[in-house]
Design a protein around this ligand. Sequence first.
Ligand code: UDX
Length: 439
Amino acid sequence: MKLTIIGSGYVGLTTGACLAEVGHHVMCVDNDARKIETLLAGKIPIYEPGLENMVRKNVVSKRLQFTTSTEEGVNFGEVIFIAVPTPPQPDGSVDLSFIEKVAREIAVCLDSYRVIVDKSTVPVKTGERVAHTIRRYAKAGVEFDVVSNPEFLREGSAVDDLMNPDRIVIGGNSDRALALMQKVYEPFVAPVLVTDINSAELIKHAANSFLALKISYINAVSEICEVSGADVEKVAEGIGMDKRIGRSFLNAGLGYGGSCFPKDIAAFIAIAEQLGTPFTLLKEVQNINTHQFTRFLDAVREALWVLKEKKIAVWGLSFKPNTDDVRSSVAVNIVEALVAEGADVTAYDPKAMEKFKDLPVSAKVKLAESPLEAARGAEALIIATEWADFASVDLAELRNIMRAPLIFDGRNLLDPTAAQAYGFQYRGIGRGTLPVAQG
Ligand code: UDX
């Protein structure tokens, strides 16, 4: 099939590459000419395992094309995916101006039947609005259908998530459009759930909110573990063995971050509010997430007494491992908080240091070449992102090069017993009240 993706960001680019990989002919559109040039050269502007190779391969085989022209894209594809950003506004609601603009741009180029698919994460009822907008700006009599097809990929495993999805959700009310969508996804082995447009849109926000709720639940439990001397890792294992609950997304830590969860939960709260059905449970999820971060910083302050001029190493800057994305990264928030109190921070991240350099706080942070370099002479080490590399650092060497043996493991990456055996004072999340001396 000939498919068009408008917006070549995280979701658009990965979707385009994967749809080309399974045999479709895909044209990706983006109004950023520099980005398109980079992509045409077979390079990608993000770090995402497996994606660059896939893009290059499909560009060479001519199944994947790039253009800056929406008109060219609309003429090309029988199905047109909208994958443009839906950023948050100050009140938490979603800025839908990019979606609205693309809907108008598609409308004026429409000459014959097309399926227009909303792939971006949008509030419920957006599909209805997109359809009205296209109808208003399109030539009289031209036929089209609007479909919602939310994307559930995770950064860091985006290619695998797209190639092997748990489910494919297609929301629409036209048999013609639904038949074409089934054809798009025919090469994928995954259950397809067909719904109305509003339900499909709601599924995305409800799924992300549920996952954030699950994380916040275990984070709240982690605080009880700390004061009662229990181990949250064991508690998570024990409750996760219940098939109805499951172990995934029960990793206690510094709280959720990234470009989706904080934004989507705020958006879902705002939508519920607008619809007159306030979602107070999700407000509590937000509170727990903030509290988890504050508690962690308080523990660092408690141990070091004063942060000003303290040499602190931070391992990890990306919001999660296997990505270079630092948007809404809790690791960056930690660095910002330390710097604001005058700490002397040296950070290391395997992939995210380039993107970190674009953030204002980077001017006040030293970047190291390796985890051990970052920790040299440090009075405390904070593990802020659970990169696998960090777990294999030689603890004996780490102990030798640090000025004081204090580890604050915000991701429960290290084994507390091993760390203690090497002479560290170790504080994880929800791992009982381990003594940490004041410096
Ligand atoms: C998320 C959803 O998982 C994905 O389906 C959706 O399409 C986009 O949003 P992503 O933001 O890429 O994906 O990452 P994810 O792996 O879900 O992690 C989000 C945040 O939750 C990260 O900050 C991560 O550190 C945190 N997290 C995740 C935990 O704190 N504990 C966990 O057990 C899992």
